[in-house]
Each structure stands twice: as C-alpha cells, then as structure tokens.
Design a protein around this ligand. Sequence first.
Ligand code: NI
Length: 172
Amino acid sequence: MALLPILEFPDPRLRTVAAPVDPAWLAEPATQQLIDDMFETMYAAPGIGLAASQVDVHRRFMVIDVSEERERPLVFVNPTLSAHAGEQVYQEGCLSVPGIFADVTRANEITVQALDRHGQPFELRVDGLLAVCIQHEMDHLDGKLFVDYLSPLKREMVRKKLAKQRRQHDAA
Ligand code: NI
C-alpha cells in the first residue's frame, strides 16, 4: 500500500477529461493495487471521496466512503447518472483544493449506474451526502472542480489563498 500524491488546483492536469475504463484493465493486479492505494490515500487525507483524476490517472473511476466508521468503501467505474431530482446545498471541500470550503447546489437524489472494482454492474439510488459526493467526484472525471461553481472573483481568491498557503509551507 502506498500514499499517492494528490494534484492541487490550479494544476492543469485536473482539467483532463478522463477516458472510459476497459473492464479488462480492472482485472490487472496493478489496477487493484491502485484502487487500494486510492482508498488509503483518501482515508489518510482524510477525505470522503477521491477521483482517479486527482492522482493523475485519467480514467473514469473513483473511490468513496461517506460512512462515519470508514467501513463502507465504494468504487464507481464508468459512472453515469440516469436520474436526478430535487436540490440540496452542501458546503463542499476537495482534497485538490485544500482548506477551502464553499456552498454548492446539486441534485438531492440521484440514480447512478457503474461497475464495481471487479467489473460487475450495479445501480444505486441515493440522496444526501453520498449523492453530493458522487456528483462531486464525477465532475473530476470531466475535468471540473467545485470551485468552478463559484464566481470568477471568488475563484481567484481561492487561487491566491492556495498560492499563499503553498509559499508558507515551502518557507517552513
Ligand atoms: Ni474533489
């Protein structure tokens, strides 16, 4: 197991649109190891979701665990939304935008289809935090970040704040 480096905004690699996963790729031991490493990286951060894009792997899959006890790991490969309803506002954060939190409006209830880590198809209908997290991580696979929902002015403030955080970190 290994912790993976996480790309941070405004790294242009986070803007890559990820390619669909070939189910045969899931059968490779290196892919299963990568998924385990993504969980380890997410739990260590700590975070509730991590898209492959964030660790510079531009394929359509993500790992999520929104449970308190960190005991409900979910893998979504080639996820698609077939239905959504309602609206919710949640104060989101992102491991690629450390220390920044902002309200984002998303669908309250979604139906998602995906493959699991072994290539088996499944469908989930979820609401609340898990629905937020799935939508947030699916955005990553399309090169989109939650700060894109903010005004250009606010996004520029986020960019400056992160640059300052990095300078202070480098100086320390
Ligand atoms: Ni994120």
